[in-house]
Ligand binder design. Sequence first.
Ligand code: GLP
Length: 238
Amino acid sequence: MAEVVIVGSAVEAGAIAADRIAALVARKPDAVLGLATGSTPLPVWAALRERGVDLSRVRGFALDEYLGLPPGDPESYASVIARDVVEPLGLDPALVRVPGDDGGPVETAGARYEAAIRAAGGVDLQILGIGRTGHIGFNEPGSSLASRTRVKTLTDATRADNARFFDTIDDVPRHCLTQGLGTILDARELVLLAFGEAKAEAVAGAVEGPVSASLPGSVIQLHPEVTVLVDEAAAGRL
Ligand code: GLP
């Protein structure tokens, strides 16, 4: 069962998650972190930065990446992870991976990424946001609960939500590479964060609804070590 912590603010949630990461890295300086993009994890990175934790040996694996953006596009998740996590927190860029970043064929990118995660010994702590559709990573409704890293099509709802990062909605990619739900469940610990009323329904479904491919975030109920950090608004339907 997930431990649900209702916090006063996103800043408070960021502090709790950052403390978890700091404790992990104190124990294991080359810990493997599962990195999420989106606006939700930003308070985690900010709190980690304040703590001045040495993350130079930490290895990182991003959850997902858009397909079809030009190399180096500032909205690619490789760029976002570099800008929001690697540079400000002093991670070694050579130790941080994003799906598809090896430039190999896209059809086998998922299998290569899975192999890289295995070779690193698996993810110790996975940070997760959740989309309005209940997606984690980019596992949209209908994703197999046992899925591994693969190509997926983005829903119109997710493309509309992410259009804020692009000039027009037509510029939002239609496809992505994402860790599967099975991949995410292999992490030793999950910390899911969600803030604001728009996430309340997805949070309620993930924490209390039936475990179902129609709300992919509900797979967290199958994991033995999950913390859900939500503000009052995101907890509104619990
Ligand atoms: C994005 C990402 C997810 C993220 C979610 C929520 O599409 N692929 O990993 O958790 O949507 O984003 P935000 O945190 O900006 O609300």
